[in-house]
Design a protein. Structure first.
Lengths: 580, 231, 153, 132
């Protein structure tokens, strides 16, 4: 194991949409490195399908204030409204900027960017569904990721591909750099850097059925959590209504935006009962709950009554081919049915983390619930919680989030770097990590304590106890299970002792992050005695603005989670009942 | 269903040569090949290395030779291939370990074709306009996920690794046929090189290998003809 | 590609028709080039006068060589027809869309040209052989023995 | 393995030294191919199908080369197939020999052989005078 040292002004961890956007902003102004455990184009941003919203008003009248209203309402009023205003206002320029960089949006007849409808987006504060989501067929995320990467290539941004960051160095509350593991060789690289942005994406792999990639294990939040930085709003995890049955592969909301309909086993369009005005285009938390309720009431289809149908058969072959080519291909590949003729079996799938590393509107990481800033550390994208999504994210707002706040993270890095002096890290900065790795490599392998075993139990139990519907009972249960898993994790062993592409080693380290994510999710969920957005308690079904209009901050306290709270920043929109 | 997996293993730390390793396992017919690899890795031999991420054919991590053909392991179901299943790393790129190959030469080729929009005109406040017809012209080649299945299926690339490869040409096509781009001449200039588009001998392996269904050979032919008409 | 050789499995890539046609075109092309060189030499001998030239040509006058000539014909025809197919794919903007059909059509054209030419070449050999040889010569004799030299008779 | 740190490919200036050689070579293969269909298959049919090579002798060739028409035909065939074949082999060698020196040597041999054969063939076609 060699130890190699690099010196940079700034480092960006993660090359998904958020990381790349930050890089484009920061690269011209500093010595910058982007470190990513996957080749940039493999990031999960590329899986995003439906679109990114901006009130361009290309199809019909629109206004960013309406977009903000929808976002706040969709968030169940937990979002911080000043941040939402920024998101929705800067959305417009962000989309145009991406277009200028080459993003091949689908087009209207007049040559402008095409826009489609999406769940929870309305005009005139709820009057009717809005055409707001800019898209490129059903591979919008793919195009965003490609375009941002292309832009970075054209700028000559420095990448460290397939380097996994495993430690951040904070001295006296000031960021000094990160330590990374080169996957192809097993070498350790120390990166001196004053400014570090975490854009490591989500952590959907805490659940069994998930639309997330195998690599989405919450590395960024996990790393910071272990250093004592809190994680915000972890109880709010979004379940997307339409994952392919059992596989969890996502079928974008665009399917419903284009007119797809959800049906139960009797063929009934059940969303009419749950959201009479916008029906199938209600926000995700509501639709997921509706599906779960249908299934619980015995209205699910199939031998186990555990799924419902997404019906696209009335859309016609041409629309499907033009607007939903990829997702219908997924159905053909993995379920072997023809979506033009047959409805598709779907079930809610773990999808998006509203919570994460707490940041302010400049993407600066907060070190406590009172708003103190951790100098030099930034976060953007799914790993961060600004919070613009509150208790429930609206579809298309995340692709927006990654570019708007990715850019801000980059700008903040520039500001910080230009006003500070280079920091230095000593050779022994890698010590902690080297010890961790050597422990894993030296310990004799015992299959009882293998990574997959612990991880599988974790995912199964989280699926069982902390998914759409939660209660004191399930969450207490899960707390015990997690405690047990954590104990077993202390003894985790691996069989691969090699230095080249040792992915088993990395999976072992990632498992700890998954445990951190689960601990904080369950602890925050257990404490929050109300139902709001994606967090629904069957023992506290009402929203409780009096006591709970606040963000939870989960701190690491030994092996326990300590919770603190921070008030929501309100604005124009007073909390009101959320009906569609 | 009983499955036999034969995997071509190679560990640079301990092996002088690649060797076949056999694994027997239980699988459902509609499981992905990637799931089988995971089963082997997680419950049999943890040292097996392969790349993967999205598990549904959109990230391009897991191109490999499955029963003699390039595929994404996450995109093929057990029932679609004959048993025993033979798995090898993709060809023409140096193997790092097991099914993991060095992708750097591949990405270097990609970067050679100026894979980004070039247009120095002031774009203005709003989007550049593009008609749906113009947009359609390069739709096919925007789908590329840089998985390298095409390039490593190309018989010319196996023998001549200096060939820039179909994937790079596909990505050049994406911009050459974009009405907003102004640098088609520059890209065609690059692709005129000995190792450029004219190296392609229309073997069509790339087209059959592409997991995104891109008409790769057609894109290459478009580029060749365009070069011909521009000069 | 040192590393490749270490890891190489020796197994064959299951390419489709296009890949085999590419290999086939290359093999026939190289073979034809080789033959072309030989052919130039043997033809050049003509400058040395009738004896030398015909002496050299006489080597060719047996049944095995006729089979070789059929093979040569096959190579030229196949390379030519496949070459035309490649030209179509290259120069016609929709050629690659019709790749499978073009393969099939090429095969059909090849068969429909190759069979009659082969028939003509083989039957003509036996006709000449039986006509020029002493009475009683059988088809088998024609196949096993060199032809008589009827010119210098 | 070296680190993947790279900045060297950042550039926007047009690549230099764009020669059209490969383009023309590629196009030439197609055009010469078309001519060769007439010339090479034509030649094959004349020699092997309409005539029989068993009848091929000095006189036959002499009679054929009596007309400048056939000498031109054969010379075109010689020139085009040599050029077409040489360029084809050039590509084959490029594909299969990655060692730069070895490639240079084998290409030189190829070009030398082709030129010699072209000279030889041309000389035969010009110098031949029937002795009969
Ligand atoms: C199937 C699917 C469809 C979606 N559709 C939509 C949609 O239509 N509209 C919408 O708005 N949103 C959508 N989303 C959500 C949205 O795509 C994601 O939230 C967003 O792309 C996240 O981007 P990111 O940049 O934060 O992270 P990612 O794109 O996930 O990138 C994470 C990066 O971090 C790197 N990384 C992680 N850990 C480490 C480490 N330890 N060291 C180094 N690098 C590391 C990875 O290599 C990767 O480059 C969808 C999500 C999914 C899963
Ligand atoms: C009869 C008509 C002929 C036609 C239509 C024809 C056509 C072609 C074409 C189109 C190619 C290019 C293949 C590609 O780029 O994929 C080619 C290659 C080639 N031809 Fe011909 N050709 C003919 C005759 C000949 C002859 C007579 C020779 C021998 C001297 C020959 C030798 C070659 C060689 C060596 C190649 C290179 C093969 C490769 O690169 O794989 N061809 N031919
Ligand atoms: S063209 Fe197809 S096969 Fe080639 S890299 Fe792109 S997606 Fe993969
Ligand atoms: S396989 Fe290779 S030869 Fe051309 S058609 Fe595809 S690049
Ligand atoms: S794992 Fe992403 S393409 Fe297969």
């Amino acid at each position: 194991m060699k130890i190699i040292k690099h010196s940079f002004d700034g480092v960006i961890v993660g090359a998904g949409g958020a990381g790349l956007r930050a890089a484009i902003e920061a690269a011209p102004h500093m010595k910058l490195a982007v470190i990513t455990k996957l080749y940039p184009t493999r990031s999960h941003t590329g899986a995003a399908q439906g679109g990114m919203s901006a009130a361009l008003a290309n199809v019909e009248e629109d206004n960013w204030n309406w977009h903000a209203f929808d976002t706040v309402k969709g968030s169940d009023y937990l979002a911080d409204q000043p941040a939402v205003d920024i998101l929705c206002k800067e959305a417009i320029d962000s989309v145009i900027e991406l277009e200028h960089w080459g993003l091949p949006f689908s087009r209207l007849e007049n040559g402008k960017i095409a826009q489609r409808r999406f769940g929870g987006h309305t005009i005139k504060e709820g009057a009717a569904p809005a055409f707001r989501a800019c898209y490129a067929a059903d591979r919008t995320g793919h195009m965003i990721l490609q375009t941002l990467y292309q832009k970075c290539v054209s700028m000559g941004v420095t990448f460290f591909d397939e380097f996994q960051v495993l430690d951040i160095k904070i001295d006296d509350g000031i960021c000094k750099g990160v330590v990374a593991y080169e996957i192809a060789t097993g070498d350790i690289h120390i990166f001196e850097a004053r400014a570090v942005t975490f854009a490591t994406g989500g952590f959907g792999k805490i659940y069994k059925v998930s639309s997330n990639a195998h690599t989405l294990t919450g590395d960024g939040p996990g790393m910071l959590y272990q250093k004592g930085i809190p994680l915000e709003d972890m109880e709010f995890y979004q379940f997307h209504p339409t994952g392919i049955y059992r596989l969890g592969i996502l079928l974008s909301e665009a399917a419903r935006g284009e007119g797809g309909i959800l049906r139960n086993k009797d063929g009934e369009r059940f969303m009419e009962r749950y959201a009479p005005t916008i029906k199938d285009l209600a926000p995700r938390d509501m639709v997921s709950r509706a599906i779960a309720t249908e299934i619980n009431n015995g209205n699910g289809a199939g031998p186990k009554n555990d799924y419902v149908y997404l019906d696209l058969t009335h859309l016609g072959a041409e629309t499907i081919k033009q607007k939903l080519p990829d997702i219908t291909d997924f159905v053909r590949t993995y379920v072997k049915i023809e979506p033009i003729n047959e409805p598709i079996p779907v079930q809610p799938t773990a999808h998006y983390a509203m919570g994460g590393i707490p940041t302010d509107i400049y993407a600066r990481v907060l070190s406590d619930a009172s708003g103190s800033i951790l100098p030099g550390v930034y976060s953007a994208g799914e790993s961060a919680c600004v919070s613009v999504h509150g208790a429930n994210r609206l579809g298309t707002n995340s692709l927006l989030d990654i570019v708007v706040f990715g850019k801000r993270a980059g700008q903040s890095m520039v500001d910080y770097v230009s006003s500070t002096k280079p920091s230095s890290l000593s050779e022994n900065a890698a010590e902690e990590l080297v010890n961790k790795i050597e422990r894993l490599l030296e310990k004799e392998h015992n299959p009882e304590y293998s990574v997959p075993k612990i991880r599988e139990e974790l995912q199964d139990s989280m699926e069982e106890n902390a998914k759409i519907f939660r209660s004191d009972e399930t969450l207490n249960n899960q707390t015990k299970i997690l405690k047990n898993l954590r104990e077993r994790y202390q003894n985790v062993t691996i069989s691969d002792k090699g230095s080249v592409f040792n992915s088993e080693l990395l999976e072992a380290i990632e498992l700890e992050y998954l445990l951190d994510m689960s601990d904080t999710t369950v602890a925050s969920a257990l404490a929050r005695k109300e139902s709001r957005g994606a967090h629904s308690r069957i023992d506290h079904v009402e929203r409780d603005d009096k006591n709970w209009l606040k963000h939870s901050f989960a701190f690491k306290n030994g092996d326990e989670v300590k919770l603190k709270y921070k008030d929501v920043e309100l604005g124009k929109y007073e909390p009101m009942e959320r009906k569609y | 269903m009983d499955i036999t997996l034969n995997i071509l293993r190679y560990n640079p730390d301990s092996d002088k040569r690649g060797h076949w390793e056999e694994y027997k396992l239980e699988a459902e017919p509609d499981e992905r090949i990637l799931d089988l690899l995971h089963k082997v890795k997680w419950f049999d031999d943890g040292s097996l290395s392969f790349r993967r991420s999205c598990a549904h054919g959109v990230c391009g991590s897991d191109a490999m030779v499955i029963n003699g053909e390039n595929m994404l392991a996450c995109q093929v179901l057990v029932k679609e291939v004959s048993n025993p299943i033979k798995i090898e790393p993709i060809r023409g790129l140096p193997v790092i370990k097991d099914l993991v190959v060095d992708m750097e030469p591949f990405f270097d080729s990609y970067k050679k074709v100026l894979p980004y929009l070039i247009n120095d005109d002031e774009p203005g406040e709003r989007e550049r306009l593009q008609s749906p017809e113009d947009r359609e012209k390069f739709e096919d080649t925007t789908k590329c996920i840089l998985c390298a299945a095409c390039t490593t299926s190309c018989p010319v690339f196996w023998t001549a690794d200096s060939y820039i490869g179909p994937a790079a040409i596909v990505n050049a096509h994406r911009f050459i046929y974009d009405s907003r781009d102004t640098a088609d001449k520059q890209r065609l200039e690059i692709l005129k090189d000995v190792n450029g588009a004219f190296r392609c001998r229309t073997a069509f392996n790339c087209t059959s290998a592409c997991p995104r269904g891109i008409q790769v050979t057609k894109a290459i032919e478009d580029v060749k003809r365009k070069t011909l008409t521009i000069n | 590609m040192l590393n490749q050789k270490i890891v190489s499995s020796g197994s064959v890539y299951k390419g489709r028709t296009g890949m085999w046609l590419y290999i086939f075109h290359r093999v026939t092309g190289v073979a034809l080039f080789g033959y072309l060189l030989l052919h130039i030499i043997s033809t050049a001998l003509i400058l040395l006068g009738p004896e030398v030239y015909e002496g050299a040509e006489a080597i060719y006058k047996n049944f095995y060589f006729r089979l070789g000539e059929v093979g040569l014909m096959a190579a030229v025809l196949a390379h030519a027809i496949n070459g035309l197919r490649i030209i179509t794919v290259d120069l016609w903007s929709r050629g690659s869309e019709y790749q499978k059909r073009l393969n099939f059509v090429s095969l059909l054209i090849f068969i429909s040209v190759f069979i009659p030419t082969t028939y003509k070449m083989i039957s003509s050999y036996f006709e000449l052989c039986i006509e020029k040889s002493s009475p009683g010569t059988t088809v088998i004799d024609c196949m096993t023995r060199p032809l008589p030299d009827w010119k210098s008779k | 393995m070296s680190t993947n740190q790279r900045t060297d490919w950042a550039r926007r200036q047009p690549p230099t030294g764009g020669s059209n050689f490969e383009l023309y070579a590629w196009f030439f293969m197609r055009v010469s191919g078309l001519f060769l269909v007439l010339l090479a298959t034509g030649h094959m049919f004349i020699m092997h199908v309409f005539n029989d090579t068993l009848n091929l002798d000095y006189e036959f060739v002499a009679a054929r080369w009596d007309t400048p028409y056939w000498r031109t035909f054969d010379w075109l065939l010689l020139a085009l197939s040599l050029l077409h074949g040489t360029n084809g082999l050039r590509i084959v060698l490029h594909d299969n020999i990655s060692n730069q020196n070895l490639r240079k040597i084998s290409l030189s041999v190829l070009y030398f052989v082709s030129v010699m054969f072209f000279i030889l063939g041309t000389y035969v076609l010009i110098a031949f005078v029937s002795e009969v």
